[in-house]
Design a protein around this ligand. Structure first.
Ligand code: BES
Ligand code: MG
Ligand code: ZN
Length: 491
């Protein structure tokens, strides 16, 4: 699909569908739209009146124009109140329009939406993201493609001529989000630690990143006893993935992104029981998917920042080789861990991944992990938990997530709760009491970051998946995290 920043005046455009955004309480047609309405014999005015269109956020009205003119259908989309307009409302409005246009069999579409925050580039980027992400369809696992719908082929962004670079940037970011969605949606027999490493290889060669894949033996040499214990029951080898994007010249900053890459979480010997959602645990590499999605986007955007993308990828399985509940493991920083629950495996893989990242001499590390059901209980399915001792990094990430339209909520890192992880035999246990489970999980992770000035953990267990079509996120994997990470790196 081709999205074009267009200079064509509203009144001159011709094609299958022309969509116009309107604000609540501002339904008087003015300027170019009034002229076009006149040219179309009052079709817009009539549509507003007939449908009693109020321009509530993401409401729509449409009609076919008779008379064989140069526009087949006109579409109205509500933008809500003018003062509330922002990048996210544009993303949602654009998504609403393209989904309707697809249903209405419009191959060529034009969208006329207002500029937000006096920033045409931001506007073009948000609209393009909304379009690309809303039209995403995943037919990889159907023997025959389901969609018989006509596809939207071209979209002209009216009033945004000259914003080609912003459209390209959005296309690049969307390609990262879509990779993350594909990785999360693919079942565990398709996306394994081995295929994750292969996909990282493809990103490296397509976009010029450096790549290092540590095999099991390499991880043994580094003393990654926590990561390897999680992997040891699987018939598939673990893969420790490290991609590096280096800009030309001296980097402005050096950063690391670490993603939990458990390609299937059975729970291990503390097996997930009935009603635990074990059949959804292919999504347990959502953090790694966001990490690789961000790598794909950053590889194309080429910012002046060095970024390391890391995932310790493994399956949490059951066999005669499985770690036992009660085992004591030694992580690569020398700390010992009593495994009182094999289902708290993500933090074990992250422990060694964080120690590795901590040795890279970066300014900041952000990890993303589908870490705890407790975080979903706390924040629901649309908000990720943000845990960090650093106010500065917290505010960087909050800003990045805000403009990305991905919600984060800062959670407390109550040091006192670390008592819940005290072990009689080792330095710590891997799980504490049920209460405050996402907080003790983040306190556990904190033990593995020592030298890096700032670290943050995002618990993305809720938002990596949506059961219902939600604006520009069709039901299924959302690709959550990619846009926040990209914004953070670019900031
Ligand atoms: N992968 C799960 C967390 C999860 C739950 C992700 C639901 C997505 C949706 C994680 O490995 C896990 O099993 N966590 C346990 C921790 C517990 C044993 C302390 C949990 O949340 O129940
Ligand atoms: Mg688990
Ligand atoms: Zn898990």
């Amino acid at each position: 699909m081709n999205i074009r920043a267009s200079n064509t005046p509203l009144s001159d455009w011709s094609g299958d569908g022309l969509a116009v955004g309107l604000f609540e309480n501002e339904l008087e047609l003015t300027g170019d739209l009034a002229n076009l309405d006149q040219k179309l014999a009052g079709a817009f005015k009539e549509l507003i009146d007939d449908e009693e269109f109020k321009a509530k956020p993401n409401s729509t009205a449409f009609t076919r124009l008779s008379g064989g003119g140069s526009i087949r259908k006109i579409i109205l989309v509500g933008l809500g109140k003018a003062e509330a307009l922002n990048a996210e409302s544009l993303r949602c409005a654009a998504a609403t329009v393209v989904k309707l246009a697809r249903k209405q069999k419009c191959k060529s579409l034009a969208i006329n939406l207002p500029i937000c925050d006096d920033d045409a580039a931001k506007t073009a980027q948000a609209i393009t993201e909304g379009i690309q992400l809303a039209l995403y369809q995943d037919n990889r696992f159907k023997s025959e493609p389901e969609e018989k719908e006509t596809q939207v082929e071209t979209v002209d962004l009216l009033g945004l001529g000259g914003q080609e670079a912003a459209v390209t940037r959005a296309d690049q970011i969307a390609s990262g989000v879509m990779l993350a969605r594909q990785l999360v949606a693919a079942p565990a027999n398709e996306v394994t630690p081995v295929t994750m490493a292969e996909i990282a290889q493809v990103i490296a060669s397509e976009h010029g990143l450096e790549i290092e894949i540590l095999e099991k033996e390499d991880c043994e040499k580094l003393g990654m006893g926590a990561f390897l214990a999680v992997a040891q029951a699987s018939d598939l080898p673990p893969k420790f993935i490290h991609l590096t994007y280096k800009p030309q010249g001296t980097p402005r900053r050096k950063l690391a992104i670490v993603g939990k890459g458990v390609t299937f979480d059975s729970g291990g010997l503390n097996i997930k029981g009935a009603g635990s959602g074990i059949e959804t645990m292919k999504m347990d590499m959502g953090g790694a998917a966001a990490t690789l999605g961000a790598a794909k986007a950053i590889g194309q955007l080429k910012p002046d920042v060095e970024v390391h993308f890391i995932s310790a990828a493994a399956e949490n399985m059951i066999s005669g080789h499985a770690m036992h509940p009660g085992d004591v493991l030694k992580a690569s920083n020398g700390k010992t861990i009593e495994v009182n629950n094999t289902d708290a495996e993500g933090r074990l893989t992250l422990a060694d991944a964080l120690v590795f990242a901590d040795k890279l001499g970066v300014e900041a590390i952000v990890d993303l992990a589908t870490l705890t059901g407790a975080c979903i209980v706390a924040l629901g399915n649309e908000i990720a938990g943000l845990f960090t001792p650093s106010d500065e990094l917290a505010s960087e990430l909050q800003k990045a997530s805000q403009s990305a339209g991905e919600k984060l909520w800062r959670m407390p890192m109550e040091e006192k709760y670390f008592e819940g992880l005290k072990s009689g035999i080792a330095d710590m246990k891997n799980t504490g009491p049920r209460a405050g489970g996402s907080i003790t999980a983040s306190l556990f992770l904190k033990q593995f970051v020592k030298d890096t000035p700032a670290w943050a953990h995002l618990d993305v267990a809720g938002p990596v998946w949506t059961d219902k079509d939600n604006g520009y996120n069709p039901s299924g994997a959302t690709g959550f995290g990619v846009r926040t990470l990209v914004n953070w790196v670019l900031s």
